[in-house]
Design a protein around this ligand. Structure first.
Ligand code: ATP
Ligand code: FE2
Length: 348
């Protein structure tokens, strides 16, 4: 086991936290400074010309990019590795080969620099960076990313999943729809562009003739029916832009509906969006409208903190470490299936 340099008594003297994100397509280092301020990440995302993200190819990408990304973030802040107090890394959930690269980098740095490490839950990191950036207190979280779609509330020391997708994540659905029409990864932003072009050209656009299946199932969601129906609709001759618009309207309205029910059930008054799909202007505006109607407030962080980033990992590492949590080498294995609600939330 590593002889860690710092112990709980030293925590008043804080140093920098280096966060490592590698759950899927993006490899990213991020920093939290000694005052606890998160700083922008140094990241690179694999963007295959054709097809989706292959875990092995993404892992190769991460190995190739890690050294230069680390050098660039340390140089940008003009700090040396000696000033780092803690290494935080995404321990799960995600693609095994990708997660293992981030964990290997974390172990090497921790051992080489003789500093502690903490493995954190990627989903919880998306939530905490949003709370930190937006200053909201106790929100309902609408976590809409590539692999995940969850409506979450903090209850009894855990982030409880009140509703989630029963099949694919909303981002994966948008990416697959885009890919079916020759648009490379990530397809979500292109679907958004196409949809807003349709709306510009058809300010009175209606869903008549563009209806897709209903994605809400109780408090849960399902998107593969939408994907199949939307793909068929283009095949049947509807314009791609029109279907992109309809797809967004249906998929986002379903998420907002579940978030609204969660507000009603829990009596909370804030909604926080997170995950890559929260970059989308339409889901942001739907959340604002719904919250406005309920006298609640909608929050969303800047896009760079919605997509995967090392900064959110560093931030969660800081929170966990300040509560006395460390990950020893023998417990540092990754967990592809880690659940949002399995991480105890011990910080305020
Ligand atoms: P997670 O591991 O948290 O499930 P992830 O690793 O796939 O998610 P994120 O970076 O959180 O990664 O999200 C990426 C997803 O966000 C992709 O599916 C991408 O298409 C989608 N996305 C990014 N920008 C937009 C946008 N403007 N509109 C819709 N989708 C978007
Ligand atoms: Fe993510």
């Amino acid at each position: 086991m590593i002889a860690y340099a710092s112990d709980q008594d030293d925590m008043a003297n804080k140093g920098w936290v280096l966060g490592i994100e590698s759950t899927a397509h993006t490899f990213s280092f991020g920093l939290v400074d000694p005052e606890g301020i998160p700083l922008p990440s140094s990241s690179d995302t694999l963007r295959p010309d054709v097809g989706g993200i292959h875990p092995r190819e993404a892992a190769d990408h991460h190995v190739a990019l890690a050294p230069q990304l680390l050098k660039s973030i340390l140089a940008r802040e003009d700090i040396s590795s000696k000033e780092i107090e803690l290494i935080a890394y995404s321990q799960g959930p995600g693609m095994g080969p990708c997660l293992r690269i981030g964990a290997a980098v974390a172990r090497s740095l921790s051992t080489h620099l003789n500093i502690p490490m903490v493995g954190v839950n990627h989903c919880v990191a998306h939530i905490e960076i949003g709370r930190e950036q937006c200053g909201c207190e106790d929100p309902i979280l609408l976590y809409v990313s590539g692999g995940n779609t969850q409506v979450i509330a903090r209850l009894d020391g855990h982030y409880r999943v009140l509703g989630e997708t029963l099949d694919i994540g909303i981002g994966n659905m948008l990416d697959k729809f885009a890919r079916n029409h020759g648009i490379p990864f990530p397809g979500g932003p292109v679907v958004e562009k196409n949809a807003s072009r349709w709306l510009d050209q058809n300010p009175d656009a209606s869903l008549e003739g563009l209806e897709l299946p209903y994605a809400v199932h109780g408090m849960d969601l399902a998107f593969s029916g939408l994907l199949t129906a939307a793909t068929k609709m283009v095949g049947d001759g509807k314009s791609l832009d029109a279907v992109c618009w309809s797809l967004q309207e249906h998929a986002f309205a379903a998420c907002i509906e579940v978030a609204e029910r969660a507000l009603a059930h829990t009596g909370k008054s804030e909604v926080l969006l997170g995950g890559g799909v929260a970059c989308n202007q339409r889901i942001r505006s739907m959340s604002r409208i719904m919250c406005g109607e309920r006298e609640a407030e909608s929050f969303v962080p800047e896009p760079k903190y919605c997509i995967d980033n090392g900064t959110m990992i560093a931030l969660l590492g800081r929170l966990e470490y300040d509560q006395g949590r460390l990950t020893r080498l023998d417990e540092s294995a990754v967990d592809q299936e880690m659940r949002t609600d399995q991480t105890p939330i011990t910080w305020p």
